[in-house]
Design a protein. Structure first.
Length: 551
């Protein structure tokens, strides 16, 4: 079970427990119908049913909400008749109450019986290749391994099913035409397994029709590739999907003045792994936006003293927030909400009461699309690392964090391939590209998710190592240089090896971005001038000689 599902069950159980008194009040009002005038008991009874219908819908209990609506309508009918309720009408209200009590009790029992989610472990992505064509299987397996992944192959859906029994993969590449069934059917069965919603799935096919691609999406695949394939495009797409699943869930800024609703929404989002900050005073919105740097904004309408749609229009004037996903929670009708959302430049709206699953799905889909667009703009097309601009932006964020936490240790490492022009001139640019990808893959495999990796330009790479001391950074980079020096690169004529050099600059509290960047670049130049294939530490302050450690 996903963490958010477990938390939602717990919320429902708490809601059910807190609703006991409400149900007791409904029971008392039903009994009063026998002895009191219709209006004195029916009107408050109708209000209680209406309130219960709304709150149950918000907590994702549609059957409970429907029963409460039925109770509300029954009360409205009796009020319209204006006579003392008949015993049969009172018995029907009792039946509705009993149904509500049973459903809310079941919600508590489900929460108590539900298994807890267990955290996974970080390791190289594990990919399952399912294809009848041996050449395709071997080719894909080899390319996946070169990209730093582990791979296993199967020729039939039966063989693949046995593999799935042992371990669920991080990704699956499956051909449509298999000896014992359809790839579409295999994907559907995989998606129905516990945890089957997690793996990234790509489908291969000789078919190229539009309906074939639609069928691939319908069965639950994340992408469709025609054969013969563009292998590089397929691997880029797979890496993007894996990065999506490994990425930090994201930061959500909620805006609204209802503290109770904000607390519920925040807890629900946090159960999905999101970091959440609530802004209950709209006049502080701009400050919170700058300080928290959210990946998505959720605006709960209406807001006191300000039009929420105008607030978003104002945000859209700043180009840095032009692509920031913004969702509205509103009580407006569908038509009114759609028009207001479009005019304000929002990315969507949800009409309250909102089912928890719908809210989490809407947030996840907007974040995924925003990340995809950002990856197109901020990623190097060859290595899939951050490009120069995106890397510098992350370095600026690190500087801000360092000012808040001066005790935090961060290293800027510059890598450069030695004599790379000779490689391109002797073996050609395609081979040179493979060498670049090899270094990028090594960095991605050996460094942590919390570290920032970028292709700085040409044959230069840059890395931000978080929470490592100077000595730890030096030892790590030395090992990376040594491992890369031993790696073999293959051509039609044979194999060859390449070395790289590195410079390290530790971030000091007094440094600005330019000084930190220049310190790392100067350390790299020193490594190149002192013989290459080594790492140099920048001096901790001006005038102190650099230390070196041969790689």
């Amino acid at each position: 079970m996903n963490a958010w599902q477990q938390t939602l069950r717990e919320f429902r159980a708490e809601y059910a427990a807190n609703t006991r008194e409400e149900l007791a009040g409904i029971a008392r009002l039903i009994e009063q119908l026998r002895v009191e005038p219709v209006g004195q008991a029916l009107v408050p009874l109708q209000e209680r049913f209406r309130s219960l219908a709304s709150s149950a819908a918000s907590y994702g209990l549609p059957q409970t909400s429907a029963l409460a609506v039925e109770g509300e309508r029954a009360c409205a009918a009796l009020i319209g008749e204006g006579a003392t309720p008949k015993p049969a009408s009172i018995d029907r209200l009792r039946e509705i109450l009993a149904g509500l009590q049973a459903q809310l009790s079941a919600s508590q029992d489900q929460a108590a019986a539900a298994p807890r989610a267990t955290p996974g472990t970080a390791e190289a992505p594990y990919i399952l290749v399912v294809a009848d064509d041996e050449t395709v299987r071997d080719s894909l397996t080899e390319r996946l391994k070169r990209a730093g992944m582990t791979a296993q192959s199967a020729a039939t859906t039966g063989d693949a099913a046995h593999v799935l029994e042992a371990r669920l993969p991080d990704g699956v590449i499956v051909d449509i035409a298999l000896p014992d069934g359809s790839g579409y059917e295999f994907v559907e069965r995989l998606r129905m397994l516990p945890g089957g919603d997690v793996p990234a799935i790509l489908i291969l096919s000789l078919k190229t029709g539009f309906l074939d691609k639609v069928e691939a999406i319908r069965c639950g695949a994340d992408g469709f590739f025609e054969r013969p394939m563009d292998w590089d495009a397929l691997l880029r797409r797979l890496q993007l999907l894996l990065e999506r699943s490994q990425a930090e869930p994201g930061r959500i800024l909620t805006v609204g003045d209802d503290a109770g609703a904000a607390s519920y929404v925040a807890a629900l989002l946090q159960s999905g792994g999101y970091a959440v900050r609530s802004c209950e005073e709209p006049q502080r919105f701009e400050i919170e936006l700058a300080a928290f740097r959210p990946d998505l904004v959720l605006v709960d309408l209406p807001l006191p003293g300000v039009n929420g749609y105008d607030l978003v229009r104002y945000v859209r004037q700043d180009e840095q927030h032009a692509t920031l996903p913004i969702l509205f929670l509103t009580t407006q009708s569908e038509g009114e909400a759609a028009i207001a959302n479009a005019r304000a430049g929002g990315d969507g709206y949800l009409v309250k009461p909102v089912l928890p699953g719908l809210l989490l799905s809407a947030v996840a889909s907007r974040l995924e699309r925003a990340r995809f667009l950002k990856s197109l703009v901020g990623r190097d097309g060859l290595t899939r690392l951050l490009n120069h601009t995106a890397f510098l932006e992350q370095a600026r964020v690190t500087l801000v964090r360092k000012r808040r936490e001066p005790e935090r240790s961060v290293a800027w490492v510059m890598f450069d391939l030695d004599r790379f022009k000779v490689v391109n001139d002797k073996f050609g640019h395609p081979v040179g590209d493979r060498v670049l990808i090899s270094l990028a893959t090594l960095l991605r495999r050996r460094l942590r998710q919390s570290d920032t990796l970028g292709r700085y330009g040409g044959e230069e790479f840059a890395v931000l190592l978080d929470d490592l001391s100077q000595d730890q950074a030096l030892r790590l980079v030395t090992r990376l240089i040594d491992e890369f020096r031993r790696a073999e690169h293959f051509t039609a004529e044979g194999s060859f090896r390449v070395t790289c050099s590195a410079g390290i600059a530790m971030l000091e509290p007094w440094m600005d971005l330019e000084w930190w960047r220049r310190a790392a670049e100067d350390a790299l130049l020193a490594a190149k001038s002192q013989g290459r294939a080594r790492v140099i530490l920048a001096p901790p302050s001006p005038g102190i000689a650099a230390n070196s450690a041969p790689a």
